[in-house]
Design a protein around this ligand. Structure first.
Ligand SMILES: *Cc1c(COP(=O)(O)O)cnc(C)c1O
Ligand SMILES: [Zn+2]
Length: 396
């Protein structure tokens, strides 16, 4: 296994054990906890000028990654634009609003960042088949990156997954199992299948230790794009919390390296139809209760049982952020507002971040000179049918 100089192994977020990456392809071998890539930060001599190197896309941060760019499974993901949205800034009553437009990634969502890193790990482990259960976008990304790495993919999606996701999993040559129901049903079918196929290598959320590691680069990029001004707030459409946990880790890393002083306040935005993280945050719990009856048009965040909720809640608390839920009709309206005022095609799931920010503004969580970053985690054109039918519901 080829790894970078500062990478020291995988640290268990539960029992604190440190494991050799070659011995731990998934969860903690001792306690089944979530593993997190660890580094010897003292051994790194990075400056603001040298943080990003010459490699393409997110691989330019290879010194803070487990694997070097030379072995990357990559479709040139990352390096997405940060687009200013002055009309939204006026509406929210803040200094500046920026949209980090992850729709520009190879398969149209930020899932590509996670799968690039997870598939690189799978290749390093010599995997022949990867498997995951997914609401859809991660499955599309996984089948694309698996194709690129000449690895077979087994993708379990619920019937609710979007047509684009299912079609593109087929187009990339992935094996797809469509399971009647929702993400939990797809997860159960995946659990049964992986128990029978021990050679399958999991690239599922917080089973592989690497998806949040790929997604953390969104924060490095954002801070560089803001010329090293750490944004005051980052509002993130939260399902499993992979991106939120990753970005918070990245913010801590920049501070540990002495490159920044502050952490951005991380806000988890969810739909009122499935808001286990918001409920847990508001009740002061350190872990979520599974959501009984998930029901939202935001497929990417319709995650009723986010296993990493303790990590999400820690990130919210440590960064001074919080959690916010808004109803689907406000989320759909927010998608229109962004498309009409900025030109950015914002995914429906992602619009929970915009709508969440509008709610946070009403709650006076923002100051008038604050900088707010909204994550457009996926391209609006992937949800064209949903947004268009919202217009129809308005008689347009
Ligand atoms: C998966 C997904 C999310 C949620 O991601 P997590 O990091 O697991 O919380 C948000 N938006 C879109 C478009 C997604 O596909
Ligand atoms: Zn452990």
């Amino acid at each position: 296994m080829e790894t970078t100089a500062a990478f020291t192994g995988l640290r268990c977020t539960d029992c604190d054990g440190l494991f050799d990456a070659g011995d731990a392809p998934g969860r903690c071998p001792d306690c089944d906890g979530i593993l997190d890539p660890a580094y010897d930060y003292d051994a790194l001599d990075l400056t603001r000028e040298t943080l990003s190197g010459d490699e393409p896309g997110l691989w330019r941060y290879e010194s803070l990654m487990p694997f070097p760019a030379s072995v990357a499974v990559s479709l040139d993901e990352g390096n997405t634009p940060l687009v200013e949205a002055p009309t939204l800034a006026d509406e929210l009553g803040v200094g500046e609003v920026y949209i980090k437009d992850e729709g520009r990634n190879p398969t149209g969502t930020f899932k590509d960042r996670g799968q690039a890193m997870a598939m690189t790990a799978a290749a390093q482990h010599g995997a022949e088949t990867v498997a995951l259960a997914t609401a859809g976008n991660a499955g599309q990304a996984a089948s694309a990156y698996a194709a690129n790495a000449d690895i077979d993919s087994e993708v379990f999606v619920p019937t609710r997954a979007s047509f684009v996701n299912k079609a593109m999993i087929n187009v990339h040559g992935g094996e797809m199992t469509v399971v009647e129901g929702r993400i939990g049903d797809a997860g159960a079918a995946y659990d049964d299948a992986i128990a029978e196929n021990e050679a399958w290598h999991s690239v599922k959320t917080f089973v592989t230790p690497y998806r949040h590691e790929g997604k953390k680069t969104m924060l490095y990029e954002t801070v560089e794009q803001l010329d090293w001004a750490v944004p005051d707030h980052v509002v993130y459409p939260t399902g499993g919390g992979v991106g939120l946990v990753g970005m918070h880790k990245a913010a801590r890393e920049l501070r540990t390296l002495g490159l920044t002083d502050e952490l951005p306040a991380m806000w988890a935005a969810q739909s009122e139809g499935c808001a286990p993280v918001v409920d847990a945050f508001e009740s002061g719990a350190d872990e979520h209760e599974p959501w009984d009856q998930p029901d939202t048009i935001c497929g990417g965040i319709e995650i009723p049982d986010p296993g990493a909720s303790p990590l999400i809640l820690d990130a919210l608390a440590e960064s001074g952020g919080g959690a916010v839920a808004t109803p689907d009709d406000e989320i759909l309206e927010a998608a229109l507002t962004v498309a009409e005022t900025t030109g950015i095609e914002m995914g429906v799931t992602c619009s929970a971040a915009t709508s969440g920010a509008q709610q946070l503004a009403r709650e006076e969580q923002f100051d008038e000179d604050d900088t707010v970053v909204l994550l457009n985690t996926g391209a609006g054109s992937k949800d064209a049918d949903v947004v268009r039918s919202h217009l129809m519901s308005k008689g347009i």
